[in-house]
Design a binder for this molecule. Structure first.
Ligand SMILES: *Cc1c(COP(=O)(O)O)cnc(C)c1O
Length: 231
């Protein structure tokens, strides 16, 4: 067995354990393999283990990989910060975008989404701990942004995403994820449509995220190994 296949088996065990503890159905947890900085060979190996959803943070890196991997049917998720000049290629080449945090970006993605493709699946990134330096909109801004995105064609607003401050403290991990869950419930009570997605949880905190209601967990290093540079 390759290291990647062992790692994936281990992640699946961790998902099962956490869903058991949370009395949730493990079918509700979707695994996004975060392949940033990793070579296409690693993605091919994960694909052979049954992984089809891959997350990338850097557009140029992602596009190069997509070209090399065009013969296998993968689903690509954009999970990095988005500048306006990147929206066109993101709209053309991804199925999901987890990191929309302002209306201008959503409007561009909507306008630039090729109409022969299905609606682009969108999560609003929330700065859940309201850290001044972090990306994501403030919790108080989410409702207005959700309504505005919902009114745009070619996009399908699915839910919320957050990257809380990394901590080993389980109580603090769960507190941040619980806040995102509560925010989704509050928003859903005020919308005419319903958000069904919470993109939260990474290699070190996936259990806490699952217990608090994650539907997508984004796992990089626990599948592909540590990255050689920090991003
Ligand atoms: C890098 C990254 C991940 C994966 O992080 P790991 O700790 O390696 O699992 C998940 N989400 C986002 C947005 C990332 O940038």
């Amino acid at each position: 067995m390759s290291q990647i296949s062992k790692n994936i088996a281990l992640i699946k065990q961790r998902i099962i354990q956490a869903t058991d503890e949370a009395k949730r159905d493990s079918e509700q947890i979707h695994l996004l393999a975060v392949s940033k900085t990793k070579p296409v060979e690693a993605i091919e190996e994960a694909y052979r283990c049954g992984i089809i959803n891959f997350g990338e943070n850097y557009l140029q890196e992602a596009l190069q990989k997509q070209i090399k991997l065009k013969d296998i049917s993968l689903t690509w998720h954009f999970i990095g910060p988005i500048q306006s000049n990147k929206t066109k290629e993101i709209a053309k080449n991804f199925t999901w975008v987890h990191t929309v945090d302002r209306l201008k970006i959503a409007e561009r993605l909507s306008r630039q989404r090729p109409t022969h493709l299905p609606e682009l699946q969108i999560c609003i990134q929330v700065n859940i701990s309201a850290e001044p330096t972090k990306s994501g909109c403030l919790p108080s801004e989410v409702l207005a942004l959700a309504n505005a995105i919902n009114a745009l064609p070619n996009l399908k607003l699915r839910g919320l995403m957050a990257i809380p401050e990394p901590t080993e403290n389980i109580t603090l991990q769960r507190k941040a994820f619980a806040e995102l869950f509560r925010l989704k419930q509050t928003i859903n009570a005020q919308l005419s449509f319903s958000l069904d997605t919470l993109s939260m949880g990474m290699s070190h905190d996936l259990e806490s995220a699952i217990i608090e209601g994650a539907t997508w967990i984004r796992i990089g290093s626990a599948i592909f190994g540590e990255r050689s540079y920090k991003v």
